[in-house]
Design a protein around this ligand. Structure first.
Ligand SMILES: CC(C)(COP(=O)(O)OP(=O)(O)OC[C@H]1O[C@@H](n2cnc3c(N)ncnc32)[C@H](O)[C@@H]1OP(=O)(O)O)[C@@H](O)C(=O)NCCC(=O)NCCS
Length: 147
């Protein structure tokens, strides 16, 4: 597996993966995903195996203080092989290089797998947000201090 930065030609593939990873109302429209990726303070990493995109992560630097994980998506057949951890390592290292203080994200309340993944990486639940997602689902805000 290799990690590389996003190229504009990846957009359709990333949107397809996002639509497969999340239910409607939680996944992003193509326009939303593009806007997050194009944001001037965002960075997007793409995981590739033999030319196939198997996962990606979009992170944003907020107010020069915090790293926000916008989304992390690993294709179903490629999970539990360290792809998510490699993507998170890249994003957290980027945050550390910029001396950001903390990293945060939102995850659907019923997304137990993602919560276990983040907990293993030292994230704790900070706040519950009712009706965070367009489909009405609640979210947990999770976070941890960076280095
Ligand atoms: C959450 C997600 C990104 C994890 O990616 P991944 O590549 O499977 O994660 P890794 O293989 O790096 O997992 C690292 C560790 O996290 C924990 N973990 C990961 N997925 C888990 C799950 N579903 N249940 C319990 N623990 C899990 C395990 O401790 C795992 O180590 P192990 O496999 O040696 O036990 C992936 O499941 C995914 O894309 N899910 C759908 C989209 C999603 O929910 N994204 C997060 C939205 S907030």
């Amino acid at each position: 597996m290799i990690l590389r930065f996003f190229k504009p030609a990846d957009l359709a593939a990333l949107h397809k993966i996002d639509a497969a990873c999340f239910p409607r109302g939680v996944s992003y429209s193509l326009e939303e995903l593009q806007a997050f990726i194009r944001h001037r303070y965002s960075k997007t990493w793409v995981a590739e195996e033999n030319g196939e995109i198997i996962g990606f992560l979009v992170a944003q630097c907020v107010a020069g203080e915090a790293l926000h994980i916008v989304t992390i998506d690993v294709k179903e057949g490629w999970r539990r092989r360290g792809v998510g951890a490699a993507l998170m390592n890249a994003a957290e290292e980027w945050g550390n290089r910029q001396s950001l203080k903390l990293v945060s994200l939102e995850t659907a309340e019923d997304n137990q797998g993602a919560q276990a993944f983040y907990k293993k990486r030292g994230y704790i639940r900070l706040n519950r947000v009712e009706r965070y997602y367009a489909n009405g689902a609640a979210a947990w805000v999770m976070g941890k201090w960076l280095r």
